[in-house]
Design a protein around this ligand. Structure first.
Ligand code: O7M
Length: 239
């Protein structure tokens, strides 16, 4: 593995900042800076909102204002009007915000996409999830979810690192859409499965980095595994 491919690989790793208790919030905000400087960026969502409030959510985005992708993960699944209210108060300062594809375009995702575009924030849609229960309802509908996404034309989609075959199906249906894939490490996905086997652009990693006594080394180690497995895939990711 060359230094060059390790450097490219680390720019494919987004760190999920999910505090487990209130006392974690400050520590994770500290990791935000390093995840944006060293890695591809950060993802914050309901645990950060619940334990740190909207101030902590905004602060995470602010800490990354010098560079790095800032993804707000509320996994929205509501009517367009309510999702618009949520993003108008929480998504400022973020580059992208996540919603579920299953809610459909009319009256929901179209309105959300319009609201986000007005704020300069890109839409990311969840097409499949990393846990086993995704096989119960979501995955049997994957083709329909892809067709919703094809209509809505989000900037990015989410597909699971725990099932690279699902990512590969999404990649072949949506060749130019950014794919981000969670489930690496703590949920059993191997670093590199999503990018090397599935064709994802980014791997989302939470606990492996945030619970490590040495988050920088943990982030570099995930990136090192990706770089070793498929250096040829590591041209800079589209943003
Ligand atoms: O690496 P972990 O398991 O500690 O954290 C995984 C992160 O990815 C966590 O923030 C989850 O909310 C998120 N995630 C999943 O784990 N599975 C999914 O199917 C989808 C997501 C996600 O980010 O959706 C946008």
């Amino acid at each position: 593995m060359s230094q060059g491919s390790a450097g490219l690989a680390v720019k494919r790793v987004i760190v999920a900042l999910d505090p487990a208790v209130e006392g974690d919030v400050e520590k994770l905000l500290g990791i935000a800076r390093l995840a944006c400087r060293e890695g591809a960026g950060i993802k914050v969502g309901l645990p950060m909102l619940a334990l740190g409030g909207s101030e902590a959510v905004s602060e995470a985005a602010r800490l990354c204002s010098g560079g790095g992708l800032r993804v707000l993960d509320l996994k929205l699944a509501d009517i367009g009007y309510v999702m618009r209210l949520a993003v108008e108060s929480l998504a400022r300062g973020f580059d992208a915000a996540i919603a579920h594809a299953f809610i459909g375009s009319e009256g929901a995702l179209e309105e959300l996409k319009g609201a986000l575009e007005g704020m300069g924030v890109r839409l990311v849609l969840v097409l499949s999830m990393s846990h086993q229960g995704s096989a119960e309802v979501i995955d049997p509908c994957l083709d329909r979810l892809i067709s919703v996404a094809t209509r809505v034309r989000p900037w990015g989609v989410v597909a699971p690192a725990t099932r690279p075959g699902v990512i590969a199906r999404v990649r072949s249906a949506m060749p130019r859409t950014v794919i981000m894939s969670p489930g690496v490490g703590a949920q059993g996905g191997r670093p590199g499965d999503a990018i090397c086997l599935g064709g994802a652009d980014y791997e989302i990693v939470g606990r492996v980095v945030t619970r490590s006594p040495d988050p920088v080394s943990a982030l570099r180690s995930v990136a090192g595994s990706i770089a070793e497995r498929c250096p040829e895939r590591l041209l800079p990711a589209s943003t």
